[in-house]
Design a protein around this ligand. Sequence first.
Ligand code: NAD
Length: 260
Amino acid sequence: MSLQGKVALVTGAASGIGEQCARKLAADGAAVVIADLNLVNAQKVADDIVASGGKALAVAMDVTNEDAVNAGIEEAVAKLGSIDVLVSNAGIQIVNPIEDYAFADWKKMLAIHLDGAFLTTKAAIKHMYADGKGGSIIYMGSVHSHEASKLKSAYVTAKHGLLGLARVVAKEGGSRGVRANVVCPGFVRTPLVDKQIPEQAKALGISEAQVVKDVMLKETVDGEFTTIDDVANTVAFLAGFGSAALTGQSIVVSHGWFMQ
Ligand code: NAD
């Protein structure tokens, strides 16, 4: 579906899933805003998209900071004219059993995943409403929006929370053309997952190969990782979908790990 003339802002777009979402949305014709804590890498992604004929802008943004979020969205609108698509994707992972889970880590996790989703939605939706064109908001959930795993109290709580936020935004935005959905990937080999493999091996007392086979991919239908392309293609589909038939939904992209 063509996104020609649309502006899409992707948070956490300097790496992994967010980066591929930005590349795919740009390839489909959108001007993309690469919003990330890491401005150096965000700029590299933006330069690369521009070099291949796309339109991209790198913006420094800490999604937990209201002023930074508002400034980034305002800069994007000032330079590109609007926000039609928001992909709230920035995220980190901290694994630990709950009895050892530091309260500071819990708060950091909820701040990035939930405050970030709330703040970017609040700042972007005003523009979607104001120009009367509506828009598409996509939250990066996870199979952990539906399932639980050991060691992931904060992550599972936050990812479940995004389902609630998306449903409220879908109801509030419905009459004004704003759709909100959650994409829920299984395990994808990105820096976020590569970091977890040795950590989980240590915490669970098993080998790294066992973490991959028996923890991460055990419930898939084919023992395969989900890819960044699988996720980016789903995001692009939701971004370009033409009606509110698809709103308030979660789409699970996980090689059958979770079936709803
Ligand atoms: P990644 O580590 O490759 O990329 C995350 C990006 O987010 C980085 O560029 C980082 O700089 C940025 N970021 C971190 N904190 C930020 C903040 N406060 N403000 C702005 N940017 C910030 O990770 P990824 O695997 O691509 O994960 C992206 C999203 O996908 C996350 O929400 C994650 O929970 C979700 N997800 C990942 C997987 C997976 O298996 N990799 C599965 C399901 C869901």
